[in-house]
Design a protein around this ligand. Structure first.
Ligand SMILES: *Cc1c(COP(=O)(O)O)cnc(C)c1O
Length: 453
């Protein structure tokens, strides 16, 4: 009989070797941990490439040729970004640093999008000088700021507007469509001769579970596109639907989890495998765009997307070693690992990620564990009430789907950040070294030379 709590490894398409060890990119996870030390991030090259081609094929089948621009902040490891760019994926930047890095990695300007809610003069100048594919203006104030950097531009400069349509995240992002301000921003941009009006941008949230959000936004964007045409004569060539596409094996915690899992300590529930997949999102969006374009008598716009987690989440695994196991009176155990939320696993505080005992993955035992990192705060838990074979010091745990927001949210609170390795066809190499103690103080003022007596 299958145990409902036993994770179904087939959902990740991972294999186990004869020793019952998890295999990543053809490498035995136990060997990788021994060779490179833990905590350790392992990127599986074949899975990363597969994720890009599946994502592109699924969207393009319903939407025509779709341009993906990877959200740099999601996993800003240059070795990972290089692999994505080699597969034809562009860069989505929200800061001058990210734009700089994309250029440094050799991307031409027209494969970079520049977003951000409070763009600095430095950021605008850099984007203008490199002629990025679109600078997505986020407010009326930014129009004036953009005007002041136009001498740096490789004219003509392509611009879009990030809008807030009422669908998805509201908060501080974009210019409201309802108030008429979005159209006003387009009019002002149109009046600046060095600019070309290029697209409309939204970013609606993350781990979005229903296509309805995208459909509602796409309708409002198509209406705005028709209004821009009427008011300025410009035909915007693309709609940028942002990121937020879900990962089937990851679930964002909601209100239930906050109350029942985090507070009342009920076991967390894995994601429902019947949730709509990417194909359903693409079909609904495609139907909306075609229907609206026909009504407006305008060509169907090209679609840009800015996937973060959908491209990289499943291609990376985080390995942690168990150092200490404590027994509790209720029969449960506390396992203390060499990495926790702060050092390497921030998303575990608000997302469900499966956990595999990587050195004994076929072991059927079940004991309830709380798993924590090594910080002196009760907040450094990674798993609450997780049933696993009884853990012992030296065991190796694999946090699945660790390729989005794990490396980028890591910090150096008391411990250096872990290494990132790439595993491919049985070979492994370092993409990012473990942070050294020297690196941790490299930006600090030079200490005065020791005084000689
Ligand atoms: C973070 C971000 C993304 C990526 O979001 P995911 O949910 O990881 O796909 C895309 N676009 C913008 C503007 C973002 O801020």
């Amino acid at each position: 009989m299958s145990d409902r709590r036993q994770p179904d490894l087939a959902r990740w398409n991972f294999s186990l070797n004869a020793d019952g060890h998890l295999v990543l990119g053809g490498c035995d996870a136990v060997d990788l941990a021994r060779r490179f030390g833990t905590p350790l991030h392992v990127v599986d090259e074949a899975r990363l490439k597969g994720a890009v081609s599946d994502f592109r094929a699924t969207l393009s089948a319903a939407l025509g040729e779709v341009q993906p621009f990877y959200s740099y902040k999601t996993n800003c490891v240059p070795g990972v970004l290089r692999l994505l760019h080699a597969e034809g994926v562009g860069a989505e930047s929200i800061s001058p640093y990210e734009t700089w890095l994309a250029i440094r990695l050799g991307l031409p300007g027209d494969r970079i999008l520049y977003n951000g809610v409070n763009k600095s003069l430095e950021g605008l100048r850099l984007a203008a000088a490199h002629g990025v594919r679109s600078i997505n203006i986020d407010s009326l104030d930014e129009v004036e700021r953009l005007r002041s950097v136009l001498d740096a531009a490789r004219a003509p400069l392509r611009v879009g507007v990030r809008v807030s349509t009422g669908a998805g995240w509201k908060a501080q992002f974009g210019v409201e469509v309802q108030s008429g301000e979005a159209l006003e921003v387009f009019r002002r941009l149109h009046a600046i001769p060095q600019l070309v009006l290029s697209g409309i941008h939204v970013h609606l949230g993350t781990s979005i579970e229903s296509p309805d959000v995208y459909v509602a936004a796409a309708r409002a964007m198509m209406d705005l596109r028709a209004a821009v045409k009427q008011s300025t004569g410009a035909i915007l060539d693309h709609l940028d639907l942002g990121g937020g596409f879900p990962v089937p094996t990851v679930r964002e915690f909601g209100l239930w989890d906050t109350v029942f899992h985090k507070r009342l300590r009920r076991p967390a529930r894995p994601p429902d495998p019947r949730r709509p997949g990417l194909a359903a999102f693409a079909e609904r969006i495609g139907a909306t765009l075609r229907a609206r374009a026909a009504i407006d008598g305008l060509p169907v716009p090209a679609v840009f997307v800015e996937p973060g987690r959908a491209l990289t989440s499943q291609a990376q695994v985080l390995l942690l070693s168990v150092g200490v196991v404590k027994r509790r009176a209720d029969g449960s155990r506390i396992a203390i690992c060499d990495g926790g939320r702060s050092t390497c696993a921030a998303p575990l505080g608000n997302e469900y990620h499966e956990l595999i005992l990587a050195n004994r993955a076929r072991d059927p035992g079940r004991v309830t564990h709380t798993i924590v990192g090594g910080l002196c705060t009760p907040g450094d838990w990674t798993y609450v009430r997780k049933d696993l074979p009884e853990l012992a010091p030296g065991d190796l745990l694999a946090v699945m789907d660790a390729g989005a927001y794990f490396t980028s949210f890591a910090n150096d609170f008391a411990f250096p950040r872990p290494a990132v390795v790439l595993a491919s066809a049985g070979q492994a190499r370092v993409l990012r070294r473990r942070e050294s103690y020297e690196a941790l103080i490299a930006m600090d003022e030079e200490p005065a030379p020791p005084r000689t007596a």
